[in-house]
Design a protein around this ligand. Structure first.
Ligand code: ZN
Length: 391
């Protein structure tokens, strides 16, 4: 950031603080401590050699000011009416760009956080609403000067540019010591998802212009983020996670399609299912918190909003086609905070093909012919969506 603009920002900020102060004086005499937002954590991660991401965890949304100072290079983040939580945890991690973090409470009621830099950086900040296991967050991206962040390019644009096959990543849910849901007859979700994924792969690979990649080819447990990495390494244009549901009531049945939400789940049921599917990593021996941190700090990106829209559109067409071969549990694409869907650069959907807890659906899911029908329906939905877009 240019030093002049930093000085101007500082001046403007001071002005706004004075007016805020006046407003507070004129207000009632409620306790300031009660009125304050609590800062509960500062997390630092090196997203790449020239990109550092800092995430502030907050008890609620907060107004903030951010500006750069030089000699030595610093970034200052002022959080208005904010206090440090008693349990505040600050990452003391340094990165290629970041040397250290300091904080101080200011008389004005602001909490000032100063980042000491090793290089000049351009900061970019944005707020995130509570989502799944995460609360209010303020994200500050620091890019080394002379580096421009990757522009937002949709998978369709990429494809037009390179004229390559449309690559579909098929993620057979669960695996290894994580069986997923288990039906009355002992049908394991992990086996059904792999069977359907393999059938889809065959269908896709014999269609010109399409190629399929599986995140797992056999009965093994793969961490959620490794599934996403595998798809990304293959430069997939679309990510499909396959599952089979279960519920305490055997009467509940039907397929659902989910897309990621950044703003909480679209229904209680959606939240419940997301929690259940996300637990896969707990069984794999790493904590949900670990993974969640990583996903929050590395995978979240501004382009995610655009990708979610893409995911919803793909999801709707897939749902329509599944509806031709199965009962639907939800006639609309549901949204929730699925960890496996947090791939910021490709549209991603999660399909609950049916309920293993429903005896008649369990029987259908075990049936190879029905699996083939499902595979065909999902692929038809994808093709229909792409045709509509004339890609
Ligand atoms: Zn599952």
């Amino acid at each position: 950031m240019h030093p002049l603009s930093a000085a101007r920002r500082l001046f403007l900020k001071r002005l706004s603080r004075y007016s805020a102060g006046i407003a507070l004086l004129a207000g009632s005499k409620t306790s300031f401590a009660e009125a304050k937002t609590a800062l509960t954590g500062i997390r630092i991660s090196q997203a790449s050699s020239d990109h550092t991401r800092v995430v502030f965890d907050l008890s609620r949304g907060v107004e903030h000011h951010i500006f750069s100072l030089s000699n030595p290079s610093r970034i200052v983040v002022d959080l208005s009416q904010t206090r440090k939580s008693a349990a505040l945890a600050i990452d003391q991690q340094t990165t290629n760009l970041l040397g250290g973090v300091r904080s101080a409470l200011r008389k004005s009621g602001e909490l000032r956080v100063v980042f000491d830099l090793k290089n000049d950086v351009t900061p970019r900040s944005f707020a995130l609403q509570p989502d799944g296991n995460s609360g209010h967050r303020l994200v500050v991206d620091m890019h080394a000067d002379g580096f421009s962040p990757t522009p937002i390019v949709t998978s369709q644009q990429q494809r037009q540019k390179q004229k390559k096959d449309f690559i579909i990543a098929l993620d057979a849910g669960h695996g290894g010591r994580d069986p997923g849901a288990i039906g009355k007859k002992g049908t394991r979700e992990k086996d059904i998802t792999l069977a359907v994924a393999k059938k889809m792969k065959t269908l896709i690979n014999r269609t010109p212009g399409f190629r399929a990649v599986l995140t797992r080819e056999d009965d093994r447990l793969i961490k959620l983020r490794h599934r996403v990495k595998k798809a990304r390494d293959a430069e997939a244009d679309l990510f499909i996670s396959l599952h089979a549901d279960s519920f305490h009531s055997p009467k509940v049945k039907g397929a659902s399609v989910y897309a990621l939400s950044l703003n909480g789940a679209s229904s209680e049921a959606a939240r419940w299912i997301a929690d259940k599917e996300n637990k896969s990593d707990l069984i794999g021996g790493i904590t949900l918190d670990d993974k969640d941190d990583l996903i929050k700090s590395v995978l979240l990106d501004l382009s995610q909003t655009a990708t979610i829209q893409d995911s919803l559109e793909f999801g709707n067409d897939v749902l329509k086609h599944i509806g031709k071969v199965s009962t639907l549990n939800n006639k609309k694409v549901q949204q929730a905070g699925f960890a496996v869907l947090k791939a910021h650069d490709m549209p991603s959907i999660l399909i609950e093909t049916a309920f293993l807890s429903n005896p008649s659906e369990e029987k259908k899911l075990r049936n190879s012919k029905h699996q083939q029908k499902l595979a065909k329906a999902v692929f038809s939905g994808i093709k229909a969506h792409l045709k509509q877009r004339q890609v």
